[in-house]
Design a protein around this ligand. Structure first.
Ligand SMILES: NC(=O)c1ccc[n+]([C@@H]2O[C@H](COP(=O)([O-])OP(=O)(O)OC[C@H]3O[C@@H](n4cnc5c(N)ncnc54)[C@H](O)[C@@H]3O)[C@@H](O)[C@H]2O)c1
Length: 249
């Protein structure tokens, strides 16, 4: 399924990338675009039906994917998910994308466990088997973690924590894995369906220099670049992908 226009970003064909939250939105886009680059995809999601659809779409275009129904906040499911993913081969790349919506009402401590702790569990479980050569990961933060305060206290706090955790990995575990994060702005995924048409949504769009939301692909390609050998010397950045929103604040 290698698109003629898509660059390969230096990935080795058949290398395995594990993408969490691959049943929808940004994670789904990462999974589809990664397969276009020749990667085999371990597509994780707690929504078994959605992630089966992502894997089926990849397969229908000639790519390789396995659907892994797993909730990243449940230890046993993470262990079982890694066992299933490794059937594809050595997992060399990890995209920690799954995370709860800011619209959900969560207890603060529990939210930190689910949103940040699960990313840490994914990394520790992955690397406990020994870091593969050329390992790289990308965590998903948000402009809500770098700049913008959100109505839910746990959301912006957890996204800031993900940025900090990424810096920890880059500073202290770079002999095992190269680690970066992206901080998307408003991205047009099912989670934000209809938001752009609301009063608040319109106000935000007016302040974004590019006057549009990101597409899931805008975020996916940036994540794949950071993950790829082309970004070999990029370690510990939290890269805004926000149409310039950040610089206008
Ligand atoms: N959409 C935006 O504007 C935006 C902006 C900044 C950051 N983000 C971040 O991007 C990530 C993806 O968001 P999206 O907009 O694509 O959302 P989405 O709702 O379209 O997709 C999220 C997917 O993750 C899955 N998921 C959620 N929790 C999970 C868990 N514990 N285990 C396994 N799977 C789980 C869901 O089932 C869903 O399929 C989130 O971490 C979100 O915070 C989104």
């Amino acid at each position: 399924m290698e698109s003629e226009r898509a660059p390969h970003f230096g990935f080795a064909a058949g290398d395995v990338v594990l993408v969490t939250g691959a049943g929808s939105g940004i994670g789904r886009a990462v999974a589809l675009r990664a397969a276009e680059l020749g990667l085999a995809v371990a597509a994780w999601d707690r929504d078994a039906h959605a992630v089966a659809a992502t894997a089926a779409e990849i397969a229908s275009r000639g790519g390789t994917a396995v659907a892994v129904p797993a909730d990243v906040s449940v230890a046993e499911q993470v262990d079982a998910g890694f066992a299933r993913s490794r059937e594809l081969g050595v997992v060399r790349h990890l995209v920690n994308n799954a995370g709860p919506s800011s619209a959900v009402d969560l207890d603060f401590d529990e939210a930190m466990r689910i949103a940040v702790g699960s990313m840490r569990r994914m990394v520790d479980t992955w690397l406990s088997a020994g870091a593969p050569e050329g390992a790289s990961l990308v965590n998903i933060a948000s402009v809500a973690g770098t700049l913008v305060g959100t109505a839910s206290d746990w959301y912006c706090a957890s996204k800031a924590a993900i940025a900090g955790y990424t810096r920890h990995l880059a500073a202290y575990r770079s002999d095992e894995v190269r680690s970066n994060a992206v901080a998307p702005g408003m991205t047009d995924t099912p989670r934000l369906a209809g938001f752009a048409a609301t009063e608040v949504g319109r106000r935000v769009l007016e302040r974004i220099p590019m006057h549009r939301m990101a597409t899931p692909d805008d975020i996916a390609w940036t994540m794949l670049f950071l993950l790829s050998p082309l970004a070999a010397y990029v370690n510990g950045v939290v890269l805004p992908v926000d149409g310039g929103w950040t610089v206008t604040q």
